[in-house]
Write a protein of this length. Structure first.
Length: 183
């Protein structure tokens, strides 16, 4: 009788272990899929930036340093391979783009240019898609990391080599500043 109970316990633990392993694999794949979604949106953004720079260049030819900074930041972002590298590179690219738009603000004829406005709208749309993709990615990372760190699933995660995944956070200084309202 005791042999049957021990056998039943071993079988139940094996099924539990298989279930945990399958959940970990599923979450790992969801994290990779979510990163792929971010990657697609970032590539759209990288492809749009040269057109934006060329449009602004046509009006602000003496802003060479700003254009070079955007180009360098874009190249660094494209060559990033890890989530952390992407995060740092994207933060630098965001700063460079803010400077580019600050330059554009100095040229009223540029701000009313149809091509510039269209590119600005496309970039805004892509930024919203990146935000959505980033939220989805971070949600899947949260779920995976919770399972990897929770007991007893952490025993199986360690046994099979599953580790936590990094979150993807972008610093947008404009979002952190307190808006000033003047009447």
């Amino acid at each position: 009788m005791i042999g049957y109970i021990i056998g039943l316990i071993v079988i139940l633990l094996a099924f539990y272990g298989v279930g945990i392993y399958n959940r970990l694999v599923k979450l790992k794949n969801l994290v990779e899929e979510a990163w792929s979604g971010i990657d697609v949106q970032l590539k759209k953004r990288y492809n749009l930036i040269p057109n934006l720079v060329e449009t602004v260049k046509g009006y602000a030819t003496h802003e060479k340093e700003t254009f070079e900074n955007v180009t360098k930041a874009r190249a660094a972002a494209q060559s990033a391979s890890t989530v952390g590298e992407h995060q740092n590179a994207e933060n630098q690219l965001n700063k460079a783009l803010v400077n580019l738009f600050a330059v554009a603000e100095q040229y009223p004829e540029l701000k009313s240019n149809v091509n510039f406005l269209k590119l600005q709208d496309e970039l805004s749309s892509i930024e919203q898609d990146i935000e959505k993709s980033r939220r989805y990615y971070n949600g899947t990372v949260r779920d995976k990391n919770t399972l990897v760190e929770s007991f007893p699933s952490n025993l199986f995660a360690n046994m099979f080599g599953f580790s936590k995944s990094p979150f993807f956070e972008l610093d947008n200084e404009a979002e952190r500043t307190v808006p000033q309202v003047k009447f």
